[in-house]
Design a protein around this ligand. Structure first.
Ligand SMILES: [Zn+2]
Length: 444
């Protein structure tokens, strides 16, 4: 193993025992802090009948109650601006990030100087795992302002010594001219934008490969880990495409892929405990290959917004527990969000899984899809209506349509009705893609 393969060798290659022992002592300290500083948690623990002394071993975390996004929203509405779950003094807060949730109301996350330091190191480790080095010039083509992975990416990328180019969103024209001028060789963006920008460059009469991007760092939505989507992006750009996963309330990037591209490593054992829980029963599941469930995070060193067993609504599957790169953090892929899940005759299906199947027909399909719902989900009466961009001649379109439908049935065990549309007919998104189109009136 070469010396420059890890940013934090000791943490990244620790044995399971070493990691558990580190997390145990950090979590004990974080619990002391919660009991001392957080009225929000003292009340929750009291209601659940758990005491500080109930935590002795790492597995005891499962004796403590979960925290949900709804609770954080309610806490923030009742006690503006940051909520009753803020555990630091206002004078120690140095920055506020926010996310606009599905309800449209912003949700604020504050950080102290120490929180920022922990985030920066965790994110730097994640970028480093993805192959970022100090010789790289990275254009950040994603949100920069309130977005939790904006300024924090700047801190992390600069801390490695790489060059950070703060482009932001909606600036494809500028990106096209600046990338060659600055010898940019890496981009940080959503997978939707990586696909959108490739089309944009082609429309300008340039082969995307000529821009010389060699590293595409994706995040903020599933996509880059979907094999067919990744293959297409790698073909478009002639670059290695890797993805990261984080959470606006916990840390901007917590998992990221190494060059083996076989799932995202858990990179933050010193910052977060990452449990995989059964979404229905709440049971904590083992980190074993094949195990699937919802991610729940507990912070280990947080000052402003320490959270315990925070339910992310991200559905993940463990892909492995060892890796050729030598990192010992378990590897997973994100299957989708609980909120996006559809149930077709009792079978759970995520829109990203449909996109994966349709993309596997590339170049006969472009990979762009839209699932059309005419009634509120998650239950959908079969067949599931899937609009897919196809390049087939009219004569071959019917055969392609039924081939895709057969593959969806064989892979996902649901019936779908595929509606082929010409390439470019579906909206292309610069930020996060929208895989579901609702044709009914939303109640909210
Ligand atoms: Zn690896």
């Amino acid at each position: 193993m070469r010396a420059n393969e890890y940013l934090d060798r000791k943490i990244e290659t620790a044995t399971a025992k070493e990691t558990a022992s580190m997390q145990e002592s950090l979590l004990a300290r974080q619990l002391d802090y919660l009991f001392a500083r957080s009225e929000f948690y003292r009340e929750k623990f009291h209601a659940a009948g758990v005491r500080r002394k109930d935590f002795r071993r790492l597995r005891d975390v499962a004796r403590f109650p979960f925290t949900t996004k709804e609770e954080l929203r309610a806490s923030q509405s009742a006690h503006p601006p940051l909520g009753r779950h803020i555990a630091a003094d206002w004078r120690d807060v140095i920055r506020i990030h926010s996310s606009t949730g599905t309800t449209g109301k912003p949700s604020f996350v504050g950080i102290t100087r120490r929180d920022a330091k922990v985030w920066t190191r965790l994110m730097a480790r994640s970028f480093y795992t993805q192959g970022l080095r100090k010789t790289d010039v990275v254009v950040h083509a994603a949100g920069l302002t309130l977005f939790v992975a904006g300024l924090t990416s700047k801190d992390a990328i600069e801390s490695i010594g790489a060059v950070f180019v703060p482009l932001g969103t909606g600036a494809s024209e500028k990106a096209l001219s600046m990338i060659p001028l600055l010898s940019v060789n890496a981009i940080h963006c959503t997978p939707s934008y990586a696909a959108y920008f490739a089309d944009f460059v082609r429309d300008a009469g340039i082969n995307p490969r000529e821009l010389g991007l060699k590293k595409v760092f994706c995040g903020a939505e599933p996509g880059a880990g979907i094999p067919a989507v990744r293959d297409k992006l790698e073909q478009d750009w002639g670059a290695r495409v890797t993805e990261g996963l984080g959470n606006a309330d916990m840390a901007p990037i917590i998992f990221s892929e190494c060059p083996e591209q076989s799932g995202m490593h858990f990179n933050g054992p010193d910052a977060v405990v990452a449990e995989i829980v059964d979404p229905e029963t709440g049971e904590s599941l083992p980190h074993e290959t094949g195990v699937a469930g919802e991610l729940a995070y507990s912070s280990l060193q947080r000052e402003c917004v320490p959270l315990l067993r925070f339910r992310t609504r991200d559905r993940v599957q463990v892909l492995g527990t060892s890796c050729a790169c030598g990192r010992t953090g378990f590897k997973l892929r994100c299957i989708g969000r609980t909120d996006d899940m559809l149930i077709v005759l009792g079978v759970n299906v995520f829109p990203s899984a449909i996109k994966d199947v349709v993309s596997s027909f590339y170049p006969a399909t472009t990979g762009e899809i839209q699932i059309v719902l005419d009634k509120p989900g998650p239950g959908v009466a079969p067949p599931l209506k899937v609009v897919a961009e196809c390049r087939a001649e009219p004569a071959a379109a019917a055969a392609l349509k039924s081939a895709i439908e057969r593959k969806i049935k064989a892979t996902l065990s649901i019936s779908a009705s595929v509606v082929p549309v010409p390439a470019g007919a579906l909206p292309h998104y610069e930020m996060k893609g929208q895989l579901v189109k609702k044709t009914y009136e939303d109640e909210a």
